[in-house]
Unconditional design. Structure first.
Ligand code: FEO
Length: 396
């Protein structure tokens, strides 16, 4: 396994995982696999910036050993303790016991709890530097980007930012640079990554990026720990994060997602979609059992709003609708405009549950729910159409 030289004395020594399809358990699908990026900075001293997920440790060691003897590693820098980046850290420190583990103070507890104690540790905070002999690594704490202990490592002389999870994408490729791959897939994966990982942390994202921009830190390359490296106009991804964090980037789409017992709610969804379309917006119809939940959340990131529908079953939503409501509560698309619709037989209840979940997700419920009993009549479908039109008028 060969390393890849990003710039003189800096090598990508990570791993490419073409097979993974789920991340964070089964909470997030990764259709294009991922990479676990680790970077070796070789000066008079040598630093390994992040490691890889444990099962890929040998791949990383093989790449490193083609550059330097493992024993030459002086610093194991851990920007983030989540196991996809720290999994191979214990093995690095076992093979190179004299190496110093560098991390934020908050990372120590997580590393000890994940692995063990007894390493040589140097804690760092914003502004601290390590001199590798002509190569300076400076650290910036980045709490909640996306864990409390997260930090960025910046190689001062070459203006290389290694921000760990921030600015990543789950995209396995033999290419290393963002400008070398399919741009549609790249940006879709970056969008999905933001929506499913960083969306609830948008305020912290905004604060940190504005802080970095205020520092006027010159940045030639952004090398995240997943996916491709940004070398052409690298700040474009930071600008996009800022737009997502502020909710400033919207398309003319409205997500309509639902499940149905006997097609009544589907009939409503279609009538509502026609109303949305006739107001000049694009409805994205996502029948829940046929849709990927994390893709739907990614589509919602830039959509003008979302309508969620369900039949009522035992006074409740259909069980299939629960995961998307959980996403809305957890990912908190704050301020996103929304409303609920659905059908019922003996008693209602589903739309109330949907609306409550939306409110817990800090979303903006802008319409009373639309409901019908049993099968919608032609007149009720006309009303559903008008309800869709009204929603579209309000979000345009
Ligand atoms: Fe890629 Fe938060 O780990």
């Amino acid at each position: 396994m060969k390393p890849f030289e990003i710039m003189k004395g800096v090598y990508w020594v990570g791993a490419i995982d073409h097979d993974v399809r789920n991340f964070h358990g089964y909470s997030y699908t990764v259709h294009h696999g991922t990479t676990y990026n680790a970077y070796l900075v070789v000066g008079k001293k040598v630093a390994l910036v992040d490691a890889v997920y444990g099962p890929f440790a040998e791949e990383m060691f093989d790449r490193i050993s083609r550059i330097v003897d493992l024993q030459k590693i002086d610093y194991m820098i851990s920007n983030h303790t989540e196991t996809d980046h720290s999994g191979a850290v214990p093995e690095v420190l076992k093979r190179v016991p004299n190496a110093t583990l560098v991390c934020t103070a908050r990372a120590i507890d997580a590393l000890k709890k994940h692995y063990r104690d007894g390493w040589k540790i140097q804690t760092v905070k914003t502004g601290d530097e390590i001199n590798l002999g002509g190569k300076t690594l400076r650290f910036y704490e980045a709490p909640m980007l996306h864990w409390p202990e997260s930090m960025f490592t910046y190689y001062v002389e070459e203006q290389l930012l290694m921000p760990n999870d921030a600015f990543g994408q789950h995209y396995a490729s033999e290419e290393r640079y963002a400008d070398e791959v399919d741009q549609y897939v790249l940006w879709k994966e970056a969008e999905k990554y933001y929506a499913n990982i960083l969306w609830p942390l948008s305020r912290q994202v905004q604060r940190k990026i504005e802080e970095v921009l205020e520092l006027k830190l010159p940045i030639k390359i952004i090398a995240p720990s997943h996916g491709l490296i940004w070398r052409k106009d690298p700040l474009q991804i930071a600008t996009r994060y800022l737009q997502w964090a502020k909710g400033e980037r919207t398309t003319n789409k409205v997500v309509i997602t639902w499940d149905t017992m006997w097609q009544s709610t589907t009939k409503l969804a279609r009538a509502i979609a026609e109303g949305v379309k006739d107001e000049g917006l694009t409805p994205l119809l996502r029948l829940i059992p046929h849709s990927d939940r994390s893709d739907t959340m990614a589509e919602l990131l830039e959509a003008k709003g979302i309508l969620v529908g369900s039949s009522t079953l035992h006074n409740e939503i259909l069980p299939t609708v629960a995961p998307i409501l959980s996403d809305l509560e957890v990912l908190k698309p704050e301020g996103k405009k929304c409303a609920a619709f659905g059908s019922y037989g003996w008693s209602g209840g589903a739309v109330k549950k949907i609306q409550e979940a939306m409110e817990r997700g800090k979303m903006q419920v802008i319409m009373e729910p639309f409901t019908v009993k049993w099968v919608p009549t032609k007149e009720e479908l006309d009303k559903a159409y008008e309800w869709g039109r009204e929603f579209a008028k309000k979000v345009k």
